[in-house]
Design a protein around this ligand. Structure first.
Ligand code: DSN
Length: 418
């Protein structure tokens, strides 16, 4: 980044500091990952200069012949990655984020005031699934389902709510749900009440692409995602849908909710989709799951309670309600030891979303830097050590030293220096 360093040392220094943080700390935020250098290069390309409102071959601007090639590659690769045999889908790669993808999908599927079902935020859902502070909860009428006392989605409640409220849409997806989503069961309920099933696979997209989580297709008519979590691409969004719904989806993205697409990000999505189709990516997702299993098992051995008792995917939720520490203080104590997590509400939450009684832990980023199950167990032990003695500076210092050593042994971007 020599141009940036000489043109704007202040911004360059902040970016270098962030690179150091990413290299030196252990990233366990379940929604984060490290994009490849190829993805970063595509994102930092002159494609950022280009306006391309519309779709390939039907743009509102001249000079789109090369970005058309890029967007078509991205669409084709995403389709190949997620399509299931005998079920045709279309893809829109323009949403700037998962929230934008969800907003556009809602616009395509519902009229203002229409009712939809979504997972409650404090039970693992997402802001854009009907939180009152988000447009999804202001423009449309959300009804929320929950997880049962076992931590699994209560499908009986989903059915009861669907029958009682006759929703237009049932949203299946989560930001903090450690278990497998049963898309077929949601579809059966939706068919009973004439609803459409919209899956938000932002968290599990990489697992789905690798065949390690059931596909939302053919059960879900519309599927949204981000591209930067388990999928390990650039920060961005994506919508896929059964062919006949694509016209509505495309116009809900543009001009419905967005203007010009970010062509540099779409180029990076294309690169990431290419990477996700490789055997290496599938092996990586297998390791993400193995590491999550190892970490969850060790935390349980150390006496911690996990929501639902464990995990089927890349994340787990530590329930701290019985522990003498809040999610916020746990996040801070672990942060001081070099372990980055986020505080998270848990089912039955009594604290505010800024304090919470849980932390969410995910393995996608640590697995990208090469850590395996042995290290995952070690990291779980460090987490347990810090959470059992959050005020003890000597414990934190010992863990910080171990984290630093581990991170040096497994660099994120080998050869890069900040
Ligand atoms: N989906 C959130 C997360 O999981 O961190 C961000 O919106």
């Amino acid at each position: 980044m020599s141009h940036l360093a000489s043109a704007d040392p202040e911004v360059a220094a902040a970016i270098a500091a962030e690179l150091r943080r990413q290299q030196d700390d252990l990233e366990l935020i379940a929604s984060e990952n490290y994009a490849s250098p190829a993805v970063l290069e595509a994102m930092g390309s002159p494609l950022t200069n280009k306006y391309a409102e519309g779709l390939p071959g039907r743009r509102y601007y001249g000079g789109c012949e090369h970005v058309d090639v890029v967007e078509n590659i991205a669409r084709k690769r995403a389709r190949r990655l997620f399509m299931v045999e005998g079920h045709d889908i279309g893809v829109n790669v323009q949403p700037h984020s998962g929230a934008q993808a969800n907003a556009a999908a809602f616009l395509a599927l519902m009229k203002p005031g229409d009712t939809f079902l979504g997972l409650d935020l404090s039970h693992g859902g997402h802001l854009t699934h009907g939180s009152p502070v988000n447009a999804s909860g202001k423009i449309w009428r959300p009804v929320h389902y929950h997880v049962g006392s076992d931590g699994f989605i209560d499908m009986d409640e989903v059915r009861d709510l669907a029958r009682a409220h006759a929703p237009k849409v049932i949203v299946v997806g989560a930001s903090a749900y450690p278990r497998t989503l049963d898309f077929a069961a949601f579809r059966a309920i939706a068919d009973e009440v004439g609803a459409v099933v919209m899956a938000d696979i932002a968290h599990i997209a990489g697992l789905v692409a690798a065949g390690l989580h059931p596909s939302p297709f053919p059960h879900c008519q519309v599927v949204t995602s981000t591209t930067h979590k388990t999928l390990r691409g650039p920060r961005g969004g994506l919508i896929m849908a059964e062919r006949p719904r694509m016209k509505a989806v495309n116009s809900a993205v543009f001009p419905g909710t967005q203007g010009g697409p970010l062509m540099h990000v779409i180029a990076a999505k294309a690169v990431a989709f290419g990477e996700a189709a490789t055997d290496g990516f599938r092996a990586y997702q297998r390791r993400v799951l193995d590491n999550a299993q190892a970490m969850a098992a060790r935390l349980v051995e150390r006496g911690f309670r996990l929501v639902s008792g464990g995990t089927d995917n890349h994340l787990m939720l530590l329930d701290l309600r019985e522990e003498p520490i809040s999610g916020k203080d746990a996040e801070t104590a672990l942060g001081l030891a070099g372990i980055t997590v986020n505080k998270n509400t848990v089912p039955g939450e009594t604290r505010s979303p800024m304090v919470t009684s849980g932390i969410r832990i995910g393995t996608p980023a640590m697995t990208t830097r090469g850590l395996g199950v042995e290290e995952a167990r070690q990291v779980a032990d460090w987490i347990a050590d810090v959470l059992r003695a959050p005020e003890d500076e000597s414990v934190r210092a010992r863990v910080r030293e171990g984290v630093t050593e581990l991170c040096r042994a497994f660099p994120v971007y080998p050869g890069w220096s900040a």
